[in-house]
Design a protein around this ligand. Structure first.
Ligand code: FAD
Length: 403
């Protein structure tokens, strides 16, 4: 393994750093999250600010740099993508497309019609996607989903309920798994569709009803999505009928890599240390406390180890290998570190101040540390329950243990 950046990648990194220092500021928005775009989640000004920055990424040609050239991307080498992800993540810059992971499934499994009609809208950021996989009785056990899709002429008629659809009140399109063959074994009767949620005027499409779900800080983060006889043309199918499970797993695999996680938290840690260096609790400088210094050093060491694991995954990908077990280890570590090490460490250091939220005078980091500690409780559930499923994947694909 050689983790040293090439001269070309180093030059690109320097260019990115200069660009970010000029063009990106999170202003007073809370720009951090597992998905940056979800921060200040229900704040329309924050979303607008993110989109303005994303337009600049498009002007630079970086927005879809990782896409194959035939779809308008640059087929950027893995090392360049890694540098890009890390620099953006370190600065909490909103470089990722919300639910943009469906692009991979469309490129790999989609028809020419799907590619022609959906990839350009992702390139110019005009499509806002939501993901409709989870149901009240199908979370980690996703293949138990019950939403029905019944063939009727050129359409599927879809009826059922989804839950936890992040940001679906902003979305105009939905990628959604439905059961089309109730008699087949559960993984084999599922079809993967794209469904319009809003029309051109921003009105909800016929048969669609959203019911808001709020996170523990009161932000509207998800919705339950009810579908009542929604007609979806068959040309909007990704992959083959009843083989949707496999196409949808392509989407989840793109979601689960999360190579930039360590860089993102290292950025938070550096900014946290800068804030704490100017902070006193009970008249004493926070960083003068040796216990605090040890806790911060431990967190940094953990993050560096995670970063090396992520680099290893990228290095294997660059050689054309498929790092299934290694990717699962790296992904699982990223979740464990965030949930069990990183945010609890910061929360412990700021103690009761963590309950002060944005806008409150004494809230460290304008409330972002306390907020993210609270929200880290959900880490590991999103993305299909990675914290629960990661060990299973490692056991089966890494250690060769039976299912
Ligand atoms: C922030 C966030 C965003 C989300 N966004 C979306 C979205 O946009 N679209 C979408 O479709 N869904 C979304 N989800 C839902 C997410 O995919 C589900 O929460 C996840 O699949 C887990 O399902 P569940 O919540 O029903 O928990 P359950 O499956 O009921 O699991 C409950 C508990 O049992 C444990 N468990 C379950 N099965 C196993 C197993 N086999 N081995 C070991 N332990 C197990 C789990 O660890 C968990 O602690 C989101 C969730 C979160 C938290």
């Amino acid at each position: 393994m050689d983790f040293k950046l090439s001269a070309e990648d180093t030059k690109f990194r320097d260019e990115l750093r200069e660009f970010l220092s000029k063009e990106w500021s999170s202003r007073d928005f809370d720009a951090h999250s597992m998905n940056v775009w979800s921060y200040d989640f229900d704040n329309l000004d924050a979303r607008e600010h993110a989109k303005e920055f994303q337009n600049k990424l498009m002007e630079k040609g970086w927005w879809t740099m990782s896409w194959p050239e035939e779809y308008g991307g640059q087929n950027a080498p893995i090392s360049k993508q890694l540098v890009y992800s890390e620099e953006m993540a370190y600065n909490d810059a909103p470089a990722g497309q919300p639910q943009g992971n469906v692009a991979g499934a469309i490129m790999i499994h989609g028809t020419d019609w799907l590619k022609k009609n959906f990839l350009p809208g992702m390139q110019d950021n005009s499509i806002d996607w939501a993901q409709g996989f989870s149901e009240p009785n199908a979370g980690t056990d996703l293949a138990s989903l019950q939403t029905r899709g019944v063939e009727d002429g050129d359409d599927y008629v879809v009826t059922g309920q989804k839950i936890w659809s992040s940001g679906s009140h902003f979305a105009n399109w939905y990628h959604v798994m439905v059961r089309t063959d109730p008699d087949a074994p559960k993984h084999r009767g599922i079809t993967y569709l794209v469904m319009q949620l809003k029309d051109e005027n921003g009105d909800q499409m016929p048969g669609i009803t959203l019911r808001p779900l709020y996170d523990m800080l009161g932000r509207r983060r998800w919705n339950e999505v009810f579908m009542d006889e929604v007609r979806v043309p068959k040309r909007q199918l990704i992959g083959e009928p009843n083989r949707g499970w496999y196409a949808a797993m392509t989407t989840l695999n793109f979601e689960r890599t999360g190579i930039e996680s360590a860089a993102r938290l290292i950025g938070v840690l550096d900014r946290f240390i800068a804030t704490m260096s100017k902070t006193k609790f009970n008249g004493e400088s926070v960083l003068d406390n040796p216990l605090v210094r040890h806790q911060l050093a431990d967190a940094r060491i953990t993050l560096e180890a995670d970063r090396m694991l992520a680099y290893r995954v990228a290095w294997m990908q660059a050689k054309g290998e498929v790092p299934q077990a290694e990717g699962a280890i790296s992904g699982l570590r990223a979740l464990q570190t965030a949930k069990f090490v990183f945010w609890p460490t910061l929360a412990k250091i700021i103690g009761p101040y963590r309950s002060l939220l944005k806008g409150e005078e004494r809230a460290p980091g304008n409330g972002m540390y306390g907020t993210n500690y609270a929200l880290s409780m959900t880490t590991g559930f999103g993305g299909g329950g990675g914290l629960a499923l990661g060990p299973n994947i490692i056991a089966q694909r890494g250690l060769g243990l039976p299912r």
